[in-house]
Design a protein around this ligand. Structure first.
Ligand code: SF4
Length: 323
């Protein structure tokens, strides 16, 4: 994705999701960020849950955690600004140890990443000797370092099946593990972490939506509870959701995930009607044009990873990328 040369020039792209008056209030920051990127040889990696003025206004690379991790290995800039949450910035740093990686707000965390520690993994290994540990990328570098291999919601099934064993510890998202367990013969031992955004959706919500909008297509993220995923028409990572909308072209769709996802996919598919009963991620929403601009102007906040942890964490991420 190429960022445009000026804020005014790209308004047409987002016109049906962002009012013109609101866009005008973004233009000064967008133009400043586009200039700062050129001056600092910087790129902005933005997660699918970032707001449209970031996603469509200043980002160079957009996608889900897997896409951002993959693209981070190819970045040639001197500076990477991660418009997303802290574990994503750590992953970018792991894969680009010689580059400056900035996150606009150090408080952009994640309930899944906070749900487990390396000490928890050590105890799980004691309780399940010889069982490999697969950790979701939504974890700290220290937790990645304590695991055998990482996965994302987009490749979790492939990763667990690549190990060639009958039983796997799949951490820390309980719902992702249970949703993947329904698709594979491998026994998955789960942890009790949850995404605070996706755990709020219920099967009752799905039934109410079907009653309110007959014929609607319902797509659930695999971090949603298993009974929600079971009642949805399709389940996939944010990239999987976007691809599904592009190929199936539903007339009306609900994405059971973070709110900005529908805005961003809707820009690419203006002919699809998006119903939006979404939930906001307070961590993702800590990132704004103003703090991206400040990050580039003031070189803040630099993300570092202890070299001893980094080597093992990088191994777990690179092993995933090789699957
Ligand atoms: S949406 Fe959920 S998994 Fe993603 S950053 Fe927010 S809390 Fe973490």
């Amino acid at each position: 994705m190429n960022a445009p040369l000026s804020a005014a020039a790209l308004y047409d792209r987002v016109a049906h999701v962002v009012p013109k008056a609101e866009w005008l209030s973004f233009e000064d920051d967008i133009d400043a960020i586009l200039r700062l990127k050129r001056e600092r040889n910087a790129v902005i990696l933005a997660h699918n849950y970032q707001t449209p003025e970031i996603f469509h206004g200043v980002a160079d690379i957009v996608g889900d955690s897997l896409a951002l991790a993959r693209e981070a290995t190819k970045v040639e800039a001197d500076v990477i600004v991660l418009a997303g949450v802290h574990f994503m910035a750590e992953t970018a740093k792991l894969l680009n140890p010689e580059k400056t990686v900035l996150i606009p707000d150090m408080g952009a965390g994640c309930s899944l990443a906070d749900s487990i520690t390396p000490e928890d993994i050590a105890l799980l290994r004691q309780a399940h000797p010889g069982v490999p540990v697969v950790t979701y990328v939504n974890t700290s570098a220290a937790v990645k370092a304590a695991s055998d291999i990482c996965c994302t919601s987009g490749n979790a099934k492939r990763v667990v099946e690549s190990l060639g064993v009958p039983k796997v510890l799949m951490l820390p998202d309980e719902y992702l593990a249970k949703n993947i367990a329904r698709e594979t013969d491998i026994e998955l031992i789960a942890w009790h972490g949850h995404c605070e955004v996706h755990e709020l959706f219920t099967a009752e919500d799905v039934r109410e939506m079907r009653a309110a909008w007959p014929g609607v297509t319902i797509i659930a993220h695999p971090e949603c509870p298993p009974d929600v995923v079971a009642e949805a028409d399709f389940s996939g990572s944010t990239a999987g959701m976007s691809d599904y909308v592009g190929s199936a072209k539903p007339g009306r769709v609900v994405l059971l995930t973070e709110c900005s996802m529908s805005d961003n996919v809707s820009v690419q598919h203006p002919d699809v009607d998006f119903v939006r009963p979404c939930n906001l991620c307070p961590h993702m929403k800590r990132i704004s044009l103003a703090n991206i601009r400040a990050a580039l102007e003031e070189n803040r906040h630099e993300v570092t990873v202890d070299p001893e942890i980094a080597a093992d964490a990088r191994r777990a991420v690179e092993r995933m990328l090789a699957v």
